[in-house]
Design a protein around this ligand. Structure first.
Ligand code: IPM
Ligand code: MG
Length: 352
């Protein structure tokens, strides 16, 4: 098949992990006789430096004309002045909103060989295999913001329709897995969470009779993720809770550098990005783990390009490289490690 993919390397380690994902995709194209055409565009701090804007119009146009978008990371100390008029993160949030990708799918799977890289006891990690479905285009991230000399505010707002559609996505995914859905909210305090909870109860009750629904308050969920992580199948939650809980969940997998994500809307044009940030402290030093980015490219093959066998091949190649002992610094647990580029080479070598 032929596909057009927009690459948005962004800032910090974004460009180096994006290059790795592109190399892996080139290898996939060769192995499976596809043609992937890549177009690179600016986003985040790199875009601010070049154009003054975090999401220039040509970037949006390229994304909209593509089959899928692969994004590295945005942000960094250079652009983090709290009084700055424009911020790199506005580029990312603007792109998510523009593409309408409200469903952010963050799989948390364990490579058994990486148990030593996790701060949790190995026996807790056995059987961990969950999907966190994070609502991505609503909530406190997108509400009205104010700040003056003596106060500041962020409005958190959700419509019933926004909650219904994300719950449907999560319940459908649960139906194709172990049939368990856990909705996370803060309904003892927040009005948006009470709406979230009654909507979830109704949608699941009326439309998904086969799904077993559990509800947790977000503080308790943060604890349960560590005390009984293997119990979770699909978790659905609002934007900011999902952001926080998935960084926590990455420690089950051993590193933030292991978790990919897919952001989908009602069309197949998806946005694929690792859950980690731009890690400016390690940028350009060959220390970044490209696995999250490469695994995000695998999700792209599956969800946007309709190439499940190719996606399986890439995920299998990552697993085999790790089983062979390939380790970047973050997952080396103090042992020897290879560079960002060498990890990509190992993945390509394991692509069968
Ligand atoms: C993520 C990141 C972003 C978010 C930042 C960079 C705006 O933390 O994708 O999880 O908060 O959504
Ligand atoms: Mg985050």
């Amino acid at each position: 098949m032929e596909a057009l993919i927009t690459l948005l390397p962004g800032d910090g380690i974004g460009p180096e992990v994006t290059r790795c994902a592109r190399d892996v995709l080139d290898a996939v194209a060769q192995r499976f006789a596809h043609r992937f055409e890549f177009r690179e565009a600016l986003i985040g701090g790199a875009a601010i430096d070049a154009t003054g804007e975090p999401l220039p119009a040509p970037t949006v146009e390229s994304c909209q004309a593509s089959d899928a978008v692969l994004l590295g990371a945005v942000g960094g100390p250079k652009w983090s002045d709290p009084n700055a008029a424009v911020r790199p993160e506005q580029g990312l949030l603007g792109l998510r909103a523009t593409l309408g990708v409200y469903a952010n799918i963050r799989p948390v799977r364990i490579h058994p060989e990486l148990a030593a890289a996790s701060p949790l006891k190995p026996e807790k990690l056995e059987g961990v295999d969950m999907l966190v479905i994070r609502e991505l285009t609503g909530g406190i991230y997108f509400g009205k913001k104010t700040r003056d000399a003596t106060s500041a505010s962020d409005l958190c707002e959700y419509t019933v329709a926004e909650i219904e559609r994300i719950v449907r996505v999560a319940a459908r995914l649960a139906g194709a897995r172990r049939g368990k859905l856990c909705s996370v909210d803060k309904a003892n305090v927040l009005e948006t969470s009470r709406r979230w909870r009654d909507t979830t109860d109704r949608v699941v009750g009326d439309e998904f009779p086969g799904i077993e629904l559990e509800t947790l308050l977000v503080d308790a969920a943060a604890m349960h993720l560590l005390s009984r992580p293997a119990d979770f199948d699909v978790i659905v939650t609002e934007n900011m809770f999902g952001d926080i809980l998935t960084d926590e969940a990455s420690m089950l997998a051993g590193s933030l550098g292991m978790l990919p994500s897919a952001s989908l809307g009602d069309s197949t044009v998806g946005l694929y990005e690792p859950i980690h940030g731009s890690a400016p402290d390690i940028a350009g030093r060959g220390l970044a783990n490209p696995c999250a980015m490469i695994a995000s490219a695998a999700m792209m093959l599956r969800h946007s390009l309709g190439l499940p066998a190719e996606a399986d091949a890439v995920e299998g190649a990552i697993a085999n490289a790790i089983a062979d002992g390939a380790r970047t610094a973050d997952i080396a647990a103090g042992g020897s490690h290879i560079s960002t580029d060498e990890m990509a080479v190992e993945v390509i070598r394991n692509l069968t």
